[in-house]
Ligand binder design. Structure first.
Ligand code: HEM
Length: 501
Protein backbone atom coordinates (compact mmCIF):
# COMPACT_ATOMS: atom_id res chain seq x y z
CA UNK A 1 0.00 0.00 0.00
CA UNK A 2 1.15 3.46 -0.83
CA UNK A 3 -0.81 6.18 0.91
CA UNK A 4 -0.48 9.68 2.34
CA UNK A 5 -2.33 10.89 5.39
CA UNK A 6 -4.12 14.19 6.02
CA UNK A 7 -6.57 15.19 8.72
CA UNK A 8 -8.88 17.99 9.72
CA UNK A 9 -12.13 18.89 11.49
CA UNK A 10 -14.09 19.26 8.23
CA UNK A 11 -13.95 17.68 4.81
CA UNK A 12 -11.45 19.23 2.43
CA UNK A 13 -12.72 22.05 0.22
CA UNK A 14 -11.94 22.59 -3.46
CA UNK A 15 -8.44 24.01 -2.86
CA UNK A 16 -7.29 21.04 -0.75
CA UNK A 17 -9.00 18.61 -3.12
CA UNK A 18 -7.02 20.04 -5.97
CA UNK A 19 -3.78 19.53 -3.99
CA UNK A 20 -4.82 15.94 -3.21
CA UNK A 21 -5.48 15.35 -6.92
CA UNK A 22 -2.08 16.78 -7.85
CA UNK A 23 -0.39 14.49 -5.36
CA UNK A 24 -2.28 11.42 -6.59
CA UNK A 25 -1.58 12.21 -10.22
CA UNK A 26 2.17 12.75 -9.90
CA UNK A 27 3.94 10.09 -12.00
CA UNK A 28 5.33 8.50 -8.82
CA UNK A 29 2.45 9.66 -6.61
CA UNK A 30 0.61 7.43 -4.09
CA UNK A 31 -2.41 5.31 -5.09
CA UNK A 32 -4.56 6.87 -2.42
CA UNK A 33 -4.55 9.77 0.03
CA UNK A 34 -6.23 9.13 3.37
CA UNK A 35 -8.09 11.91 5.08
CA UNK A 36 -9.09 11.57 8.73
CA UNK A 37 -12.09 13.63 9.61
CA UNK A 38 -11.50 14.22 13.30
CA UNK A 39 -14.07 13.17 15.88
CA UNK A 40 -16.58 15.80 17.00
CA UNK A 41 -18.98 15.96 19.94
CA UNK A 42 -21.56 13.73 18.30
CA UNK A 43 -19.58 11.90 15.60
CA UNK A 44 -16.63 9.53 15.81
CA UNK A 45 -13.65 10.06 13.51
CA UNK A 46 -14.23 8.98 9.92
CA UNK A 47 -11.63 7.97 7.36
CA UNK A 48 -11.96 8.85 3.73
CA UNK A 49 -9.69 7.49 1.00
CA UNK A 50 -9.22 9.62 -2.09
CA UNK A 51 -8.51 8.15 -5.52
CA UNK A 52 -7.74 10.04 -8.73
CA UNK A 53 -5.79 7.66 -10.95
CA UNK A 54 -8.10 6.79 -13.81
CA UNK A 55 -7.27 3.07 -13.84
CA UNK A 56 -7.91 2.71 -10.09
CA UNK A 57 -11.08 4.80 -10.14
CA UNK A 58 -12.52 2.66 -12.90
CA UNK A 59 -11.38 -0.61 -11.43
CA UNK A 60 -12.96 0.17 -8.06
CA UNK A 61 -16.17 1.71 -9.42
CA UNK A 62 -16.80 -1.10 -11.86
CA UNK A 63 -16.76 -3.64 -9.11
CA UNK A 64 -19.03 -1.72 -6.81
CA UNK A 65 -21.46 -4.48 -6.05
CA UNK A 66 -19.34 -6.67 -3.85
CA UNK A 67 -16.96 -4.22 -2.31
CA UNK A 68 -18.57 -0.81 -2.22
CA UNK A 69 -21.94 0.64 -1.27
CA UNK A 70 -23.68 3.93 -2.01
CA UNK A 71 -24.98 4.33 1.52
CA UNK A 72 -24.12 8.00 1.83
CA UNK A 73 -26.57 9.07 -0.87
CA UNK A 74 -29.84 9.80 0.81
CA UNK A 75 -28.55 12.02 3.58
CA UNK A 76 -26.41 14.08 1.23
CA UNK A 77 -28.74 14.66 -1.67
CA UNK A 78 -31.25 16.82 0.15
CA UNK A 79 -33.59 13.91 0.60
CA UNK A 80 -36.05 14.28 3.44
CA UNK A 81 -35.62 11.53 6.05
CA UNK A 82 -38.50 9.07 6.06
CA UNK A 83 -39.97 10.58 2.91
CA UNK A 84 -37.41 10.38 0.15
CA UNK A 85 -35.10 7.47 -0.61
CA UNK A 86 -33.12 7.97 -3.77
CA UNK A 87 -32.55 5.35 -6.45
CA UNK A 88 -28.87 4.95 -5.60
CA UNK A 89 -29.61 5.06 -1.86
CA UNK A 90 -29.17 1.91 0.16
CA UNK A 91 -32.11 1.00 2.32
CA UNK A 92 -33.55 -2.53 2.12
CA UNK A 93 -36.12 -1.42 -0.40
CA UNK A 94 -33.82 0.05 -3.01
CA UNK A 95 -34.38 -2.85 -5.46
CA UNK A 96 -38.12 -2.20 -5.23
CA UNK A 97 -37.67 1.38 -6.42
CA UNK A 98 -35.72 0.23 -9.45
CA UNK A 99 -38.39 -2.42 -10.16
CA UNK A 100 -41.14 0.19 -9.98
CA UNK A 101 -39.24 2.56 -12.28
CA UNK A 102 -38.49 -0.24 -14.77
CA UNK A 103 -42.15 -1.37 -14.73
CA UNK A 104 -43.34 2.20 -15.37
CA UNK A 105 -40.93 2.71 -18.27
CA UNK A 106 -41.94 -0.65 -19.77
CA UNK A 107 -45.65 -0.07 -19.30
CA UNK A 108 -47.72 0.20 -22.49
CA UNK A 109 -45.52 1.87 -25.04
CA UNK A 110 -42.05 1.16 -23.73
CA UNK A 111 -39.59 3.98 -23.05
CA UNK A 112 -36.17 2.69 -23.94
CA UNK A 113 -32.82 4.21 -23.07
CA UNK A 114 -31.56 2.87 -26.36
CA UNK A 115 -33.73 5.07 -28.52
CA UNK A 116 -33.48 8.80 -28.06
CA UNK A 117 -35.09 9.85 -31.34
CA UNK A 118 -38.39 10.91 -29.76
CA UNK A 119 -36.60 12.66 -26.90
CA UNK A 120 -34.28 14.49 -29.31
CA UNK A 121 -37.18 15.60 -31.51
CA UNK A 122 -39.06 16.95 -28.50
CA UNK A 123 -35.97 18.72 -27.14
CA UNK A 124 -35.43 20.25 -30.60
CA UNK A 125 -38.98 21.66 -30.67
CA UNK A 126 -38.59 23.05 -27.16
CA UNK A 127 -35.23 24.63 -27.94
CA UNK A 128 -36.36 26.24 -31.18
CA UNK A 129 -39.62 27.51 -29.75
CA UNK A 130 -37.93 28.97 -26.69
CA UNK A 131 -35.35 30.78 -28.83
CA UNK A 132 -38.08 32.08 -31.13
CA UNK A 133 -39.96 33.41 -28.10
CA UNK A 134 -36.82 35.10 -26.79
CA UNK A 135 -36.29 36.67 -30.19
CA UNK A 136 -39.90 37.79 -30.41
CA UNK A 137 -39.33 39.61 -27.11
CA UNK A 138 -37.35 42.19 -29.11
CA UNK A 139 -34.05 43.82 -28.29
CA UNK A 140 -34.09 43.17 -24.55
CA UNK A 141 -31.23 41.36 -22.88
CA UNK A 142 -31.73 37.73 -21.97
CA UNK A 143 -29.92 35.51 -19.53
CA UNK A 144 -29.21 32.56 -21.81
CA UNK A 145 -28.22 30.25 -18.96
CA UNK A 146 -31.36 30.81 -16.92
CA UNK A 147 -33.92 31.49 -19.64
CA UNK A 148 -32.72 28.76 -21.97
CA UNK A 149 -30.09 26.51 -20.32
CA UNK A 150 -32.23 25.55 -17.33
CA UNK A 151 -35.58 26.08 -19.00
CA UNK A 152 -35.33 23.48 -21.80
CA UNK A 153 -34.46 20.59 -19.46
CA UNK A 154 -37.18 21.80 -17.08
CA UNK A 155 -39.77 21.88 -19.88
CA UNK A 156 -38.58 18.47 -21.02
CA UNK A 157 -38.90 17.01 -17.52
CA UNK A 158 -42.26 18.71 -17.06
CA UNK A 159 -43.65 16.81 -20.03
CA UNK A 160 -41.74 13.59 -19.56
CA UNK A 161 -42.48 13.25 -15.85
CA UNK A 162 -45.77 15.15 -15.85
CA UNK A 163 -45.34 18.12 -13.54
CA UNK A 164 -48.21 20.40 -12.62
CA UNK A 165 -46.90 23.95 -12.26
CA UNK A 166 -48.40 25.97 -9.48
CA UNK A 167 -50.84 28.74 -10.37
CA UNK A 168 -49.25 31.19 -7.94
CA UNK A 169 -45.77 31.21 -6.44
CA UNK A 170 -45.64 30.27 -2.78
CA UNK A 171 -44.75 32.84 -0.14
CA UNK A 172 -41.57 30.95 0.75
CA UNK A 173 -40.47 30.97 -2.87
CA UNK A 174 -41.08 34.71 -3.14
CA UNK A 175 -38.98 35.29 -0.02
CA UNK A 176 -36.20 33.14 -1.52
CA UNK A 177 -36.30 35.08 -4.76
CA UNK A 178 -36.16 38.42 -2.95
CA UNK A 179 -33.15 37.27 -0.95
CA UNK A 180 -31.53 35.81 -4.03
CA UNK A 181 -31.94 39.04 -5.99
CA UNK A 182 -30.92 41.22 -3.07
CA UNK A 183 -27.23 40.39 -3.08
CA UNK A 184 -25.64 42.73 -5.52
CA UNK A 185 -24.71 40.72 -8.52
CA UNK A 186 -22.62 38.02 -6.81
CA UNK A 187 -19.37 39.51 -7.94
CA UNK A 188 -20.74 41.04 -11.09
CA UNK A 189 -22.76 44.14 -11.71
CA UNK A 190 -26.43 43.26 -11.53
CA UNK A 191 -28.55 44.51 -14.37
CA UNK A 192 -32.27 45.01 -14.29
CA UNK A 193 -32.73 42.33 -16.93
CA UNK A 194 -30.82 39.75 -14.89
CA UNK A 195 -32.97 38.99 -11.88
CA UNK A 196 -34.53 35.70 -10.94
CA UNK A 197 -38.29 35.88 -11.44
CA UNK A 198 -41.02 34.56 -9.17
CA UNK A 199 -43.76 35.23 -11.74
CA UNK A 200 -44.23 34.61 -15.43
CA UNK A 201 -43.82 31.64 -17.73
CA UNK A 202 -40.63 30.33 -16.16
CA UNK A 203 -41.49 30.89 -12.51
CA UNK A 204 -41.99 27.21 -11.97
CA UNK A 205 -38.64 26.39 -13.57
CA UNK A 206 -37.08 29.00 -11.30
CA UNK A 207 -38.61 27.40 -8.24
CA UNK A 208 -36.83 24.13 -8.99
CA UNK A 209 -33.73 26.03 -9.97
CA UNK A 210 -33.55 27.81 -6.67
CA UNK A 211 -33.86 24.59 -4.74
CA UNK A 212 -31.15 23.01 -6.74
CA UNK A 213 -28.84 25.98 -6.54
CA UNK A 214 -29.02 25.53 -2.82
CA UNK A 215 -28.51 21.79 -2.99
CA UNK A 216 -26.60 20.72 -6.04
CA UNK A 217 -23.69 23.11 -6.06
CA UNK A 218 -22.96 21.68 -2.63
CA UNK A 219 -23.25 18.05 -3.52
CA UNK A 220 -20.85 17.03 -6.21
CA UNK A 221 -18.47 19.93 -5.67
CA UNK A 222 -18.29 20.77 -1.98
CA UNK A 223 -19.31 17.70 -0.09
CA UNK A 224 -19.59 18.28 3.62
CA UNK A 225 -18.79 21.95 3.57
CA UNK A 226 -22.28 23.28 3.91
CA UNK A 227 -22.65 25.98 6.54
CA UNK A 228 -25.41 25.70 9.15
CA UNK A 229 -27.36 28.53 7.54
CA UNK A 230 -27.16 26.94 4.11
CA UNK A 231 -28.17 23.57 5.53
CA UNK A 232 -31.21 25.17 7.11
CA UNK A 233 -32.21 27.08 3.98
CA UNK A 234 -31.64 24.06 1.75
CA UNK A 235 -33.83 22.03 4.09
CA UNK A 236 -36.66 24.53 3.58
CA UNK A 237 -36.10 24.59 -0.17
CA UNK A 238 -36.03 20.81 -0.23
CA UNK A 239 -39.43 20.66 1.46
CA UNK A 240 -40.82 23.18 -1.01
CA UNK A 241 -39.54 21.07 -3.85
CA UNK A 242 -40.97 17.96 -2.28
CA UNK A 243 -44.39 19.62 -2.07
CA UNK A 244 -44.29 20.38 -5.80
CA UNK A 245 -43.54 16.74 -6.42
CA UNK A 246 -46.42 15.60 -4.19
CA UNK A 247 -48.82 17.95 -5.92
CA UNK A 248 -47.81 16.75 -9.37
CA UNK A 249 -48.30 13.10 -8.36
CA UNK A 250 -51.67 13.85 -6.79
CA UNK A 251 -52.94 15.91 -9.73
CA UNK A 252 -51.66 13.38 -12.29
CA UNK A 253 -52.61 15.75 -15.10
CA UNK A 254 -52.21 14.25 -18.56
CA UNK A 255 -50.59 16.65 -20.96
CA UNK A 256 -53.03 18.40 -23.33
CA UNK A 257 -50.65 17.70 -26.22
CA UNK A 258 -48.53 14.75 -25.08
CA UNK A 259 -45.01 14.78 -26.47
CA UNK A 260 -44.53 11.13 -25.50
CA UNK A 261 -47.02 8.46 -26.44
CA UNK A 262 -47.79 6.16 -23.55
CA UNK A 263 -48.23 8.88 -20.95
CA UNK A 264 -46.09 10.78 -18.52
CA UNK A 265 -43.90 8.97 -15.99
CA UNK A 266 -46.37 9.92 -13.25
CA UNK A 267 -49.31 8.48 -15.21
CA UNK A 268 -47.30 5.32 -15.77
CA UNK A 269 -46.41 5.07 -12.09
CA UNK A 270 -50.11 5.31 -11.21
CA UNK A 271 -51.00 2.69 -13.80
CA UNK A 272 -48.52 0.06 -12.58
CA UNK A 273 -49.49 0.59 -8.95
CA UNK A 274 -51.90 -2.41 -8.82
CA UNK A 275 -48.97 -4.70 -9.74
CA UNK A 276 -47.13 -3.66 -6.59
CA UNK A 277 -49.79 -2.95 -3.97
CA UNK A 278 -51.83 -5.67 -2.25
CA UNK A 279 -53.93 -6.29 0.84
CA UNK A 280 -51.41 -8.80 2.21
CA UNK A 281 -48.11 -7.06 2.26
CA UNK A 282 -44.70 -8.37 3.21
CA UNK A 283 -41.83 -10.49 1.97
CA UNK A 284 -43.87 -13.62 1.27
CA UNK A 285 -46.51 -11.86 -0.86
CA UNK A 286 -44.04 -9.47 -2.47
CA UNK A 287 -46.68 -6.73 -2.18
CA UNK A 288 -46.35 -3.24 -0.72
CA UNK A 289 -48.74 -1.15 1.30
CA UNK A 290 -50.23 1.78 -0.58
CA UNK A 291 -48.29 4.15 1.64
CA UNK A 292 -44.97 2.43 0.92
CA UNK A 293 -45.65 2.49 -2.82
CA UNK A 294 -46.51 6.19 -2.75
CA UNK A 295 -43.28 6.96 -0.91
CA UNK A 296 -41.26 5.10 -3.54
CA UNK A 297 -43.03 7.01 -6.29
CA UNK A 298 -42.32 10.30 -4.58
CA UNK A 299 -38.65 9.40 -4.30
CA UNK A 300 -38.38 8.37 -7.94
CA UNK A 301 -40.09 11.51 -9.22
CA UNK A 302 -38.06 13.74 -6.88
CA UNK A 303 -34.80 12.38 -8.20
CA UNK A 304 -35.67 12.12 -11.88
CA UNK A 305 -36.91 15.71 -12.13
CA UNK A 306 -33.89 17.06 -10.30
CA UNK A 307 -31.51 15.11 -12.49
CA UNK A 308 -33.15 16.25 -15.70
CA UNK A 309 -33.56 19.86 -14.81
CA UNK A 310 -30.46 20.62 -12.87
CA UNK A 311 -27.75 18.33 -14.13
CA UNK A 312 -28.58 19.03 -17.76
CA UNK A 313 -29.02 22.74 -16.99
CA UNK A 314 -25.66 22.93 -15.25
CA UNK A 315 -24.03 21.00 -18.08
CA UNK A 316 -25.42 23.47 -20.62
CA UNK A 317 -23.72 26.33 -18.76
CA UNK A 318 -20.48 24.38 -18.53
CA UNK A 319 -20.37 23.53 -22.22
CA UNK A 320 -21.25 27.11 -23.17
CA UNK A 321 -18.45 28.37 -20.96
CA UNK A 322 -15.88 26.10 -22.62
CA UNK A 323 -17.05 27.22 -26.08
CA UNK A 324 -16.76 30.88 -25.10
CA UNK A 325 -13.45 30.69 -23.28
CA UNK A 326 -11.75 28.54 -25.86
CA UNK A 327 -13.21 30.45 -28.79
CA UNK A 328 -14.72 27.32 -30.29
CA UNK A 329 -16.83 27.96 -33.33
CA UNK A 330 -20.42 27.20 -32.33
CA UNK A 331 -21.50 26.29 -35.84
CA UNK A 332 -18.65 23.86 -36.30
CA UNK A 333 -19.38 22.34 -32.89
CA UNK A 334 -23.11 22.01 -33.56
CA UNK A 335 -22.51 20.45 -36.98
CA UNK A 336 -20.24 17.81 -35.47
CA UNK A 337 -22.68 17.15 -32.62
CA UNK A 338 -25.21 16.02 -35.20
CA UNK A 339 -22.78 13.56 -36.80
CA UNK A 340 -21.55 10.10 -35.83
CA UNK A 341 -19.64 10.25 -32.53
CA UNK A 342 -21.12 13.67 -31.88
CA UNK A 343 -21.98 12.60 -28.36
CA UNK A 344 -18.37 11.76 -27.69
CA UNK A 345 -17.48 15.30 -28.69
CA UNK A 346 -19.95 16.52 -26.10
CA UNK A 347 -18.28 14.31 -23.48
CA UNK A 348 -14.92 15.75 -24.50
CA UNK A 349 -16.11 19.29 -24.02
CA UNK A 350 -17.81 18.41 -20.73
CA UNK A 351 -14.55 16.91 -19.60
CA UNK A 352 -13.05 20.40 -19.78
CA UNK A 353 -15.67 21.69 -17.37
CA UNK A 354 -17.37 18.69 -15.78
CA UNK A 355 -20.67 18.83 -13.95
CA UNK A 356 -19.76 16.26 -11.35
CA UNK A 357 -16.43 16.45 -9.56
CA UNK A 358 -16.69 13.64 -7.04
CA UNK A 359 -18.51 10.40 -6.34
CA UNK A 360 -18.53 8.65 -3.01
CA UNK A 361 -18.76 5.07 -1.80
CA UNK A 362 -18.53 3.18 1.50
CA UNK A 363 -16.40 0.04 1.88
CA UNK A 364 -18.62 -3.01 2.43
CA UNK A 365 -15.53 -5.01 3.39
CA UNK A 366 -11.86 -4.28 4.04
CA UNK A 367 -9.76 -3.52 0.97
CA UNK A 368 -6.42 -4.43 2.48
CA UNK A 369 -4.48 -3.53 -0.65
CA UNK A 370 -5.37 0.14 -0.12
CA UNK A 371 -5.44 0.14 3.68
CA UNK A 372 -9.23 0.53 3.67
CA UNK A 373 -11.24 -0.85 6.59
CA UNK A 374 -14.89 -1.91 6.44
CA UNK A 375 -17.08 1.20 6.75
CA UNK A 376 -14.42 3.65 5.56
CA UNK A 377 -15.40 6.17 2.91
CA UNK A 378 -13.96 6.32 -0.60
CA UNK A 379 -13.99 9.47 -2.66
CA UNK A 380 -13.28 9.30 -6.38
CA UNK A 381 -12.03 12.52 -7.92
CA UNK A 382 -13.66 11.74 -11.26
CA UNK A 383 -13.03 15.16 -12.74
CA UNK A 384 -9.33 15.07 -12.00
CA UNK A 385 -9.06 11.46 -13.18
CA UNK A 386 -10.48 12.06 -16.64
CA UNK A 387 -8.92 15.48 -17.11
CA UNK A 388 -5.52 13.88 -16.62
CA UNK A 389 -6.15 11.77 -19.73
CA UNK A 390 -6.01 14.88 -21.89
CA UNK A 391 -2.52 16.39 -21.82
CA UNK A 392 -2.25 20.12 -21.08
CA UNK A 393 -2.62 22.32 -24.09
CA UNK A 394 -4.59 19.78 -26.14
CA UNK A 395 -7.22 21.79 -27.94
CA UNK A 396 -10.76 20.48 -27.62
CA UNK A 397 -12.01 22.30 -30.68
CA UNK A 398 -13.82 19.77 -32.87
CA UNK A 399 -11.68 20.38 -35.92
CA UNK A 400 -8.27 20.68 -34.27
CA UNK A 401 -7.98 18.05 -31.57
CA UNK A 402 -7.33 14.77 -33.39
CA UNK A 403 -4.32 15.80 -35.42
CA UNK A 404 -2.55 17.72 -32.69
CA UNK A 405 -3.02 15.27 -29.82
CA UNK A 406 -2.88 11.72 -31.07
CA UNK A 407 -2.91 10.14 -27.59
CA UNK A 408 -6.10 11.62 -26.23
CA UNK A 409 -9.17 9.37 -25.81
CA UNK A 410 -11.17 8.47 -28.91
CA UNK A 411 -14.79 7.30 -29.18
CA UNK A 412 -13.50 3.75 -28.73
CA UNK A 413 -12.36 4.57 -25.19
CA UNK A 414 -15.85 4.22 -23.85
CA UNK A 415 -15.03 4.78 -20.21
CA UNK A 416 -12.43 7.51 -20.60
CA UNK A 417 -14.55 10.41 -19.39
CA UNK A 418 -16.22 10.06 -16.02
CA UNK A 419 -18.61 13.01 -15.98
CA UNK A 420 -21.51 10.56 -15.93
CA UNK A 421 -19.82 8.33 -13.35
CA UNK A 422 -18.43 5.15 -14.84
CA UNK A 423 -19.39 6.31 -18.29
CA UNK A 424 -21.24 4.19 -20.83
CA UNK A 425 -21.81 4.91 -24.48
CA UNK A 426 -24.44 2.20 -24.80
CA UNK A 427 -27.10 1.43 -22.19
CA UNK A 428 -26.25 -1.49 -19.93
CA UNK A 429 -22.74 -1.68 -21.30
CA UNK A 430 -21.26 -1.92 -17.82
CA UNK A 431 -23.81 -4.41 -16.56
CA UNK A 432 -22.76 -8.02 -16.36
CA UNK A 433 -23.49 -9.66 -19.70
CA UNK A 434 -24.99 -6.41 -20.99
CA UNK A 435 -28.45 -7.75 -20.08
CA UNK A 436 -31.35 -5.58 -19.21
CA UNK A 437 -33.12 -6.40 -15.97
CA UNK A 438 -34.81 -4.28 -13.35
CA UNK A 439 -31.75 -4.75 -11.18
CA UNK A 440 -29.34 -4.02 -13.98
CA UNK A 441 -29.15 -0.30 -13.51
CA UNK A 442 -27.94 -0.38 -9.94
CA UNK A 443 -26.18 -3.70 -9.76
CA UNK A 444 -22.64 -3.09 -10.77
CA UNK A 445 -21.12 0.27 -11.33
CA UNK A 446 -23.92 2.85 -11.01
CA UNK A 447 -23.32 4.51 -14.36
CA UNK A 448 -25.63 7.47 -14.89
CA UNK A 449 -29.08 6.15 -15.74
CA UNK A 450 -30.07 9.32 -17.60
CA UNK A 451 -26.93 10.01 -19.62
CA UNK A 452 -28.54 9.19 -22.99
CA UNK A 453 -31.31 11.68 -22.41
CA UNK A 454 -28.79 14.20 -21.12
CA UNK A 455 -26.57 13.98 -24.20
CA UNK A 456 -29.53 14.00 -26.61
CA UNK A 457 -31.10 17.07 -24.99
CA UNK A 458 -27.82 18.98 -24.70
CA UNK A 459 -26.92 18.26 -28.32
CA UNK A 460 -30.29 19.59 -29.51
CA UNK A 461 -29.91 22.69 -27.36
CA UNK A 462 -26.58 23.58 -28.99
CA UNK A 463 -27.75 22.65 -32.48
CA UNK A 464 -30.71 25.04 -32.12
CA UNK A 465 -28.46 27.71 -30.68
CA UNK A 466 -26.23 27.57 -33.73
CA UNK A 467 -29.14 27.73 -36.12
CA UNK A 468 -29.24 30.77 -38.43
CA UNK A 469 -32.96 31.15 -38.14
CA UNK A 470 -33.52 30.98 -34.39
CA UNK A 471 -30.16 31.03 -32.68
CA UNK A 472 -27.01 32.80 -31.70
CA UNK A 473 -25.83 34.07 -35.07
CA UNK A 474 -28.35 36.81 -34.45
CA UNK A 475 -27.31 37.44 -30.85
CA UNK A 476 -24.32 39.05 -29.23
CA UNK A 477 -22.92 38.81 -25.71
CA UNK A 478 -24.27 41.78 -23.76
CA UNK A 479 -20.96 42.13 -21.89
CA UNK A 480 -18.88 42.11 -25.04
CA UNK A 481 -16.70 39.39 -26.46
CA UNK A 482 -14.51 37.38 -24.07
CA UNK A 483 -17.02 37.21 -21.21
CA UNK A 484 -17.71 33.74 -19.84
CA UNK A 485 -20.59 32.23 -17.91
CA UNK A 486 -21.00 33.52 -14.35
CA UNK A 487 -21.69 31.17 -11.46
CA UNK A 488 -23.84 31.39 -8.39
CA UNK A 489 -23.41 28.94 -5.46
CA UNK A 490 -21.00 26.91 -7.55
CA UNK A 491 -23.22 26.40 -10.56
CA UNK A 492 -23.69 28.34 -13.84
CA UNK A 493 -26.12 31.19 -13.44
CA UNK A 494 -25.75 33.90 -16.00
CA UNK A 495 -24.64 34.71 -19.52
CA UNK A 496 -26.36 37.78 -20.90
CA UNK A 497 -27.07 38.11 -24.62
CA UNK A 498 -29.04 40.52 -26.74
CA UNK A 499 -30.26 40.31 -30.30
CA UNK A 500 -28.21 42.39 -32.72
CA UNK A 501 -30.05 45.50 -33.80
C1 HEM B 1 -25.52 16.06 -17.73
C2 HEM B 1 -26.37 15.52 -16.89
C3 HEM B 1 -26.03 14.45 -15.88
C4 HEM B 1 -24.86 14.24 -15.20
C5 HEM B 1 -23.56 15.03 -15.29
C6 HEM B 1 -25.07 13.07 -14.36
C7 HEM B 1 -24.10 12.51 -13.53
C8 HEM B 1 -24.25 11.33 -12.84
C9 HEM B 1 -23.19 10.67 -12.09
C10 HEM B 1 -21.78 11.16 -11.91
C11 HEM B 1 -23.72 9.53 -11.57
C12 HEM B 1 -22.99 8.48 -10.74
C13 HEM B 1 -23.12 8.76 -9.28
C14 HEM B 1 -22.34 7.76 -8.48
O1 HEM B 1 -21.80 6.81 -9.00
O2 HEM B 1 -22.25 7.96 -7.25
C15 HEM B 1 -25.12 9.48 -11.96
C16 HEM B 1 -26.01 8.49 -11.59
C17 HEM B 1 -27.36 8.55 -11.85
N1 HEM B 1 -28.00 9.43 -12.71
FE1 HEM B 1 -27.15 10.95 -13.71
N2 HEM B 1 -26.35 12.64 -14.52
C18 HEM B 1 -26.97 13.44 -15.46
C19 HEM B 1 -28.26 13.34 -15.93
C20 HEM B 1 -29.19 12.45 -15.44
C21 HEM B 1 -30.58 12.39 -15.87
C22 HEM B 1 -31.22 13.26 -16.94
C23 HEM B 1 -31.18 11.42 -15.12
C24 HEM B 1 -32.63 11.02 -15.13
C25 HEM B 1 -33.17 10.20 -15.90
C26 HEM B 1 -30.16 10.83 -14.25
C27 HEM B 1 -30.36 9.82 -13.36
C28 HEM B 1 -29.36 9.17 -12.66
C29 HEM B 1 -29.60 8.05 -11.76
C30 HEM B 1 -30.95 7.43 -11.44
C31 HEM B 1 -28.34 7.64 -11.25
C32 HEM B 1 -28.04 6.52 -10.26
C33 HEM B 1 -27.68 5.29 -11.03
C34 HEM B 1 -27.40 4.11 -10.13
O3 HEM B 1 -27.28 4.26 -8.92
O4 HEM B 1 -27.28 3.01 -10.66
N3 HEM B 1 -28.97 11.48 -14.48
N4 HEM B 1 -25.41 10.57 -12.76
Amino acid sequence: MDSKLLSGPGLPGPAVLSLIAQELLRPDGPETVQYVLSASKDKPAHILHYFARHDLVLELLRDSKNRLSTKHYDQNMGAIPGQINLLPGEDNDQPTRWKILAAALDHGRRISRKDMKGAAAFARTLARTTLQNIKAGGGTETNLVREYGYVIPYLFAKEFVGLTPKARPSLLFRVFVLARNFRDGFGHKRRASDTLKAHGPHASANEYLLWSQLMFGQIFGNYGLRSKVLTFVSGLASKLYSKQVERSIRDNTPSPAPAFTGGTLIERLHEVKPDFVGPNTGKDTGKLSEEAYDLHVKSIVFEIIASFHILIGISFGHVLDVLLRQNIDLKDFAKKLGQKDGYFLLDTILNENPTTALVFRRARKPLAQYGIAKGDGLCFLITAASKALVPDGCPVSPSARRGECPNIPTPKDRTAFLNFGPNEHKPYELVAGGKRSPKAAYDIAHPCFGQYWARAILAEMFIALADEEVGLPDMEPADGAGAGVKNFAGIPDSFMVRFKS
